[in-house]
Design a protein around this ligand. Sequence first.
Ligand code: FAD
Length: 470
Amino acid sequence: MAEKFDAIIIGTGQAGPSMAQRMTGEGLKVAIIERKLFGGTCVNVGCIPTKTLVASARAAYMARRGGEFGVVIEGEIKVDMKAVKARKDVIVQQSNQGVTNWMKNMDNLSVYEGHGRLESANTVRVNGALLEAEKIILNVGGRALVPEMPGIDEIDYFTNSNIMDVDFLPEHLIIVGGSYIGLEFAQIYRRFGSRVTVIQKGDRLIPRDDPEVSEAVKDILENEGIEIRLQAECVAFAKRDGKVVVSASCTPSGGSGDNSSDENGNEEIVGSHVLLAVGRIPNTDDLGLAAAGVETDRRGFITVDDQLATNVPGIWEIGDANGRGAFTHTSYNDYEILAANMFDNDPRRVSDRIMAYGLFIDPPLGRVGMTEAEVRASGRPALTGKMMMARVGRARERSETQGFMQVFIDAETKRILGAAILGIGGDEIIHSLLDIMYADAPYTVIQRAMHTHPTVSELIPTMLADLKPL
Ligand SMILES: Cc1cc2nc3c(=O)[nH]c(=O)nc-3n(C[C@H](O)[C@H](O)[C@H](O)COP(=O)(O)OP(=O)(O)OC[C@H]3O[C@@H](n4cnc5c(N)ncnc54)[C@H](O)[C@@H]3O)c2cc1C
């Protein structure tokens, strides 16, 4: 006999817990299932722990730069990796405990700790129990992709999850993957004191962004001594003398030194540790989707419509596993969209949102809307404005002048189409442009706004006063 609920939620990522709160608040009897850690990726092995590490790494970086600011620090700057991890653990633990307590103390909510699997369109099996409900909400998220690369089974490697257990300094960390996750770790470990090499298959870093942004990010990282190997057409691994050898062409040269290259140009990088950061896959392979008839795309992402419904009536997917976003804010926004549709008679849609994200290297990148390539491809007449951070007083005062900000405007409607701010505060400042976009107001609103001095934001109206055709 199945135990009956009004709704079953599988997964406690960035959307499931809030959905549970809303549904129970509406008087529904709800079950929530979590197989691992309450709070999911962001809380335990994603955003929160990485940003604590970014903070520790920045402290080390600024301590080393103390002399530039007239601050004298006697002796060598050392990073106590055990203390770094302990600080990270405390902050993660607080968040994880917060979600755990929230779930376990919620009225009308039954919490199941185990792997949930659909047995039909309205039943889920967990720990031997069968649960039944008319509504099933999936918030199963994703995990690190480990592709079949030659030699991968021969070596030990880190992913974003097990690197969180590291409490020592890797001598030479080789990071495979030059996108968001890989680059944050690259700078973190370089600032801790590791030698770091990033291997990227394509011809530039963060390929979803414009080439100019990729190039500026590469400069920032190389200025700190991070080695970047682009166009690695094929990546292969081997073990040699207790080290790990990564070949960027899949044809080991037989060399023995670090970063050796044979007469055929086959390049090897010899390091102490490897981090794989080559993408994420959805946790949908063992979810019983076929038993329920839920469709996925060929990569396993659950197919949903603009209001997050799957093809099976009564089943929705919110969060990374629907392939409509890959961020904490997109997952939470999915919850808001679903709750509005389900309870508020408010037909919110995924396509209402404006894409926005950050790359949390230092200085960070804030991105909203279209890239330059997308604006050009759209064929619409556009204007652009650009300001180098070296011209921004606040950045000069802080001796942090790397990066630039750039905006793209629809020449006819005067609406902001997209923007990138790579520089100090870029992750925060970008929101003033994003909010104008949500307000569907012309850029002239922000151009005429009086911003406070001395800030980076005060240069946004200046940049907007000097637009040129794209
Ligand atoms: C290193 C790293 C850094 C990141 N940094 C950022 C950042 O700075 N900003 C940002 O916006 N995003 C960041 N992200 C992405 C962010 O973590 C995710 O987008 C976010 O967690 C949303 O995921 P979600 O809600 O879809 O599910 P998740 O957070 O992945 O949670 C899904 C949950 O479901 C559980 N689950 C899965 N299958 C089952 C099952 N069958 N039964 C029971 N439970 C199940 C899992 O155990 C997990 O707890 C980062 C990710 C990584 C890996």
